[in-house]
Ligand binder design. Structure first.
Ligand code: ATP
Ligand code: MG
Length: 252
């Protein structure tokens, strides 16, 4: 059975892409077949996986518009051991261009149906917005993973996201569920972070992943080399945390 994760939070810079890339690499190194889909015109997951967004020719953009088959867009990377569907800035236009297409929210889901059986896990890195691209991610997914920083405004945005997920479940994708909230960039010395973390656990209970991703410089450095942190510094706290998250995901 394939499990499809949408990594989403409309708030920017909370660790969606870092989580997508490093969870993909950690699941792949555990021997699972993994596909990472970059659904963000910023193409950070593409760059962070070692593909140059400036020169890449075939992307998820053409797949969403139905111009090319998803099979011909996949990039196999022997080092990172997961497959990538890349993105580039063209994707920013897709929202407008998809509006007139039939079933515009289901375009990723229908494309994925051609290849999903080849994978144990498909991870979708969503953009920081509740837009048509994110909607395509949520309609294609089984599970939502919400990375968040433990700060005051994080909780405010969360209710909008939870409401959006409920609407998607009612209207398009009855199987969709929130699998977990992931605490990212965590600094245990920060008292507010501790308080918000406690509140999260009170409200969401077992929906909060046990794994906490610490703030770790190696995680921030790795994208500059186009590699997941595992291949940059396997002993770093960041690498270990994402391996632990992969274990938690595998044991659910
Ligand atoms: P966007 O909303 O723009 O897509 P995002 O939610 O995908 O952002 P990231 O790009 O993963 O967030 O992270 C934002 C920045 O924080 C990046 O520079 C990243 O390298 C850094 N970062 C992410 N997680 C950590 C961490 N645990 N420790 C240190 N730096 C981190
Ligand atoms: Mg991102």
């Amino acid at each position: 059975m394939t499990k499809i994760f949408a990594i989403t939070n409309q708030k920017g810079g909370v660790g969606k892409t870092t989580t997508s890339v490093n969870l993909a690499a950690s699941l792949a190194t555990a021997g699972r077949n993994v596909l990472l889909i970059d659904l963000d015109p910023q193409a950070n997951a593409t760059m962070g996986s070692g593909t140059n967004k400036q020169t890449v020719q075939r992307t998820v953009y053409q797949v969403l518009l139905g111009e090319i088959e998803i099979q011909s867009v996949r990039i196999r990377n022997l080092q990172t051991k997961y497959d990538l569907i890349p993105s580039n800035r063209d994707l920013a236009g897709a929202e407008v261009e998809m509006v007139t297409l039939p079933k515009r929210e289901m375009r990723l889901k229908s494309a994925l149906s051609q290849i999903e059986e080849e994978y144990h896990f498909i991870i979708i890195d969503c953009p920081p917005a509740l837009n048509l691209l994110t909607l395509n991610g949520l309609c294609a997914a089984h599970a939502v993973m919400i990375p968040m920083q433990c700060e005051y405004y994080a909780l405010e945005g969360l209710s909008d996201l939870v409401n959006t997920i409920k609407k998607v479940r009612t209207n398009f994708n009855p199987k969709l569920r929130i699998e977990g909230l992931l605490r990212t960039m965590f600094d245990p010395r920060n008292i507010l972070a501790q308080q918000v973390s406690d509140q999260l656990q009170q409200h969401f209970g077992s929906k909060v992943y046990r794994t906490v991703i610490p703030r770790n410089i190696r995680l921030a450095e790795a994208p500059g080399f186009g590699i997941p942190v595992l291949y940059h510094d396997r002993q770093s706290k960041g690498a270990k945390a994402y391996l632990e998250l992969a274990n938690e995901v595998l044991n659910v």
